[in-house]
Design a binder for this molecule. Structure first.
Ligand SMILES: Nc1ncnc2c1ncn2[C@@H]1O[C@H](COP(=O)(O)OP(=O)(O)OP(=O)(O)O)[C@@H](O)[C@H]1O
Ligand SMILES: [Mg+2]
Length: 489
């Protein structure tokens, strides 16, 4: 082969390789574009549907004007006459489909290109993170997957870097990517980590009425609020107890009341014992409800709590007789009971009163044993210390709605780290934790007037009446529990 020929072969080989790489890159971009398209949610993306709908008239216009375009092409020397004739003479259907395919491919290419530019920052993340293994290796991005319009899952090969070390970089990752880290979990093997990232901001405020318009509560449930990944609704029967804590003005009482309201609205057969030692002012709107009893003094609280505790033992006996060990397995009608204590320190941090001690003991027993028999505790406190909420009670409460806490000690008590001190100082902003799972949330806001109106509505609803299903609770001395049933048939 002559030198000239060799040169031509190598140029054409180079061009061929470049062409193949170009095709590969385009296919890759189209695939990325398709992935992005599927990750987009039509309902939440106001521009996507009109854009796709607009494509039909655009394509129709292009097709009907194909002749015009073709005649323009004829004057252009770079297109062969045959090619222009071909465009001008193709059938309407062929032309329509060709244009549609061309526009779709261009659309996917642009989408894919956006995706590529966007993913670039993930690729650069590992270099910017101050993480190196003993061998000087950086973690490597294995996969970037768009979970939905707001969420991205980053799968990372740790390459010898410890998982715990990566977890300490949470805030650095957030500032590099300008995204929120929702979770850092172990992946399919201990050498793989999965980081869930979210780019949606929390709303500054969310109302109870807007949440209830969007999502109807299933039985025994209440709204927690709006997280970056959407609304959170919790089922009390699965929690089964809840702690609400945070400094003054954080939104505990508003959250407490809207949660009780949600439970009352979703579960007509729920009995509630609301202990409010600030003379019942917090729960005053619930006063008229037939299935709610408001407790205002320590002595009354001690009696009610003891009665509820006895009710718990009675239920276990019933379960034993029916060869079951929980309310779900019992099968017969049995109400769920909610014992809610606002500012529980007034009850628990009261060492001189025997009644307070008895109340504390009952709550301890309920927190330990009531899980299976449909009795739930909801306690709220401003301060989280061993005195305000005893450790053995707190340890048995899995559901935690925590608003900003001023002290590191308080945060350590509820979360074991400083995250509760880092919550934004903004009413209704907090962290919802259920076991190990946590989410930043904006809790629902409801006014006193709305609570009062909804309570009146609940009370006038004939279907909402607690039946005397547990007839044995009418034994003498258990009247506190029965006060609720005064309106029953
Ligand atoms: N989810 C919310 N969204 C918007 N504003 C809220 C929200 N929750 C509470 N607020 C505002 O913050 C104020 C204080 O809320 P709340 O009374 O619930 O605080 P708290 O934590 O119970 O305080 P304290 O410990 O003093 O009783 C409310 O009057 C209301 O104006
Ligand atoms: Mg309050």
């Amino acid at each position: 082969m002559t030198e000239e020929n060799k040169k031509t072969v190598s140029i054409s080989k180079g061009l061929g390789d470049a062409f193949n790489q170009g095709i590969d890159a385009c296919i890759n971009l189209i695939v990325k574009g398709i992935e992005k398209l599927f990750a987009m949610q039509f309902r939440e993306n106001p521009f996507l549907t009109p854009f796709l709908v607009l494509m039909v008239p655009i394509v129709t216009y292009l097709v009907t004007d194909a002749n015009l375009i073709a005649s323009n092409f004829k004057n252009c020397s770079i297109f062969a006459k045959e090619f222009c004739d071909l465009i001008a003479n193709v059938s309407f259907e062929t032309s329509f489909i060709s244009w549609l395919v061309m526009i779709s491919i261009s659309f996917l290419l642009v989408l894919g290109l956006f995706n590529r530019v966007f993913n670039d920052k993930f690729e650069k993340l590992v270099e910017k993170l101050n993480l190196k293994s003993g061998d000087g290796e950086y973690p490597k991005i294995k996969r970037i997957k768009e979970l939905d319009q707001y969420k991205t899952l980053l799968t990372m090969n740790l390459n010898g870097v410890s998982f715990e070390k990566l977890k300490t970089q949470k805030s650095t990752i957030e500032s590099i990517l300008d995204m929120y880290v929702e979770s850092i979990d172990e992946g399919s093997s201990p050498t793989v980590a999965e980081i869930t990232l979210c780019r949606r901001n929390l709303p500054d405020s969310i109302t109870y009425s807007s949440l209830s318009k969007d999502e109807v509560l299933p039985d025994n449930s209440f709204y927690v609020g709006r997280s970056r990944s959407g609304s959170i609704i919790e089922d009390l029967s699965k929690l089964p107890h809840m702690l609400i804590a945070g400094a003054t003005g954080g939104g505990k009482s508003v959250f407490f009341k809207q949660a009780l309201l949600g439970l009352l609205q979703s579960s007509p057969k729920m009995e509630m014992y609301l202990i409010d030692l600030k003379c019942g002012v917090e729960f005053k709107d619930f006063k008229g409800l037939s299935n709610v009893k408001i407790v205002k003094s320590v002595s009354e609280a001690a009696r009610v709590l003891e009665a509820v505790e006895q009710e718990m033992y009675r239920r276990y006996k019933l379960f034993e007789a029916s060869d079951t060990n929980n309310i779900e397995g019992y099968g017969k009608d049995m109400n769920r009971l909610v014992v809610a204590i606002d500012e529980c320190s007034l009850l628990f941090d009261n060492p001189t009163s025997d009644e307070a001690k008895s109340a504390k003991q009952s709550v301890t027993n309920l927190s330990r044993l009531a899980r299976a028999c449909g009795i739930h505790l909801i306690v709220a406190t401003q301060k989280v210390t061993k005195e305000t909420i005893p450790t053995h009670i707190a340890d048995n409460i899995e559901g935690r709605m925590i608003f900003r806490i001023g002290s590191l000690q308080g945060s350590l008590q509820v979360f074991g780290d400083k995250s509760a001190t880092q919550i934004k100082k903004h009413p209704g902003r907090g962290i919802w934790a259920n076991g190990d799972e946590r989410a930043n949330v904006q809790t629902p806001y409801i006014t006193e007037k709305q609570i009062s109106t909804l309570c009146k509505k609940i009370n006038s609803d004939e279907t909402i009446s607690v039946k005397t299903v547990d007839s044995k609770t009418s034994e003498k001395g258990k009247d506190d529990v029965l006060t609720l049933r005064s309106k029953q048939p």
